[in-house]
Design a protein around this ligand. Structure first.
Ligand SMILES: [Zn+2]
Length: 327
């Protein structure tokens, strides 16, 4: 027990140092040093780095089916100097919880959160950590602190439209953040390595300029909506989002080859253009191989179209064709 308290004092001392070296006065952080975190009804903020690590932890909890995490109220994350005076007076008069002397609270540097529901939310922090932990106010289960400097860009507060920007993901990020980055890379037709590199940013800017979006280096709400709409439209039409003219030409060449194998005399141009004839050929091929004839060149079609004709069904089809029987 004694050891624990010594360790605790060391942690407090370690905390005191960065706090005093902090660029701004406690309780007087400018808006530029703060960033929002999510709350169901009020606006709450933390110091930027602390907000970035909090938002990543929250996104990972939500996307893995875990609970939401948020502060109890508007004064439960970053707390201005005046708000600290308010809590200090409550505490002094015996009507409030333990409060730090104004100007010394970790809430005043935007690196502490009082959880709305410690029983469901503390396990998220205890398990995921993600630069957050229980390091002071041991008697207050709801009070948690940001620990250290978070290396990843802020994903923001939206689960559906997490922000992706340069250096997002990579080996130091949680698996769920790498998955988000991979999704953006896939929709942009880039190689999916889970790290948003400078070349990914270049491709993103090109996509934005070609799709009437404000050209900047962030995958945000408007970009996600555009990318997902594009993916739906192209998969409904025939060809995956990442297809280039080269992919289409490869597909057309393979379809011609497969039809030739079964004695089908029809040929269509290998021109890299997805038109009615290509879509119809895809559908006919799908019927031949027992796939759903939706005309979509998804992974199953690609897996099938590279295989030479062998099935009895195809041979029967070829025989019928040679005999001049209509399809
Ligand atoms: Zn607190």
């Amino acid at each position: 027990m004694r050891f624990r308290w010594v360790a605790f004092a060391v942690v407090l001392l370690a905390l005191a140092a960065p706090a005093s070296a902090f660029a701004y006065e406690n309780g007087r952080l400018p808006q530029s040093a703060l960033a929002p975190i999510s709350h169901p009804s009020v606006s709450v903020k933390l110091e930027k780095d602390a907000a970035a690590s909090w938002n990543a932890m929250r996104l990972c909890s939500l996307t893995s089916g875990g609970p939401d995490i948020y502060p109890a109220g508007s004064r439960s994350a970053y707390r201005t100097y005046d708000q600290q005076i308010y809590f200090w007076n409550l505490y002094q008069s015996g009507r409030g919880n333990l409060a730090a002397r104004p100007g010394t609270s970790n809430h005043g540097i935007g690196r502490a959160v009082d959880l709305a529901n410690p029983s469901t939310m503390r396990p998220v922090i205890d398990r995921r950590g993600n630069y957050w932990g229980k390091i002071e106010a041991p008697s207050e289960s709801w009070h948690v602190n940001a620990v250290g400097d978070f290396p990843n860009p802020n994903v923001g507060t939206s689960q559906r439209y997490p922000r992706v920007r340069r250096t997002a993901g990579g080996s130091r990020a949680s698996g769920c953040i790498r998955r988000v980055v991979r999704e953006a890379e896939r929709l942009l037709g880039l190689s999916e390595n889970g790290y948003f590199s400078l070349s990914d940013v270049r491709a993103l800017r090109l996509y934005k300029s070609q799709h009437g979006l404000t050209v900047n280096s962030v995958v945000g709400r408007a970009t996600w909506i555009s990318l997902r709409r594009e993916a739906r439209r192209t998969s409904a039409r025939a060809i995956p989002a990442s297809s280039t003219g080269t992919d289409v030409r490869a597909l057309q060449g393979l379809l011609n080859e497969r039809f030739r194998e079964i004695g089908d005399p029809s040929r269509f141009p290998v021109d890299g253009v997805v038109g009615k004839r290509t879509t119809a050929a895809v559908q006919r091929f799908q019927r031949l191989r027992g796939l759903k004839p939706d005309g979509a060149a998804g992974p199953r079609l690609w897996a099938e179209v590279v295989k030479p004709a062998r099935t009895a069904m195809e041979r029967a089809d070829a025989t019928a064709r040679k005999a001049g029987v209509a399809e």
